[in-house]
Each structure stands twice: as structure tokens, then as C-alpha cells.
Design a protein around this ligand. Structure first.
Ligand SMILES: [Zn+2]
Length: 79
């Protein structure tokens, strides 16, 4: 998934939500940026990338989706 020209890879998925992590998070670049998607919403926990944008392709070749974006902890709505 691409968000603001940063590419994310799926880290894990549950029945209702998916956790996406910056695809630059590896041994050489410890980027901790991640977000959670559920339905048509995205909750961003951290957007502080340790590097520049990674996506340099053509947006017109992508499947775009309109989503609601909020910021906060992933589990703040858990009772
Ligand atoms: Zn990153």
C-alpha cells in the first residue's frame, strides 16, 4: 500500500484489521512508521519516517481508494 508516497508492506492481518509497516523497515533502516487499516479507515500510529519517500512510480497506474485517516494508538477504542 502506498500512503503519501511511502510504500508499506502488510505486517499482519486479523479478521477486522490489517497492520502495515513501512517497507524500509529492515536491518539497515530501522523505520518504525506503521499504520492500521480497518474497513475504509486508516489509523496512523507513527508517520516519522527515517528516510525520504520511497515511491517514485506513476500514480495513475495505481488503484486509488478514498479513506478516512485518523491519528492515534491502534487500540485506543478497545474496551
Ligand atoms: Zn519509512
Amino acid at each position: 500500500m502506498i500512503l503519501d508516497n511511502f510504500e508499506y508492506k502488510l505486517q499482519y492481518r486479523t479478521a477486522t484489521r490489517s497492520i502495515w509497516r513501512c517497507n524500509q523497515s529492515n536491518k539497515t533502516c530501522l523505520c518504525k512508521a506503521k499504520f492500521m487499516s480497518f474497513g475504509r479507515s486508516i489509523r496512523i500510529k507513527s508517520v516519522a519516517h527515517t528516510h525520504g519517500p520511497t515511491f517514485r512510480g506513476d500514480h495513475s497506474e495505481l488503484n486509488s481508494q478514498f479513506v478516512t485517516i485518523e491519528f492515534g494508538d491502534f487500540y485506543k477504542d478497545r474496551k
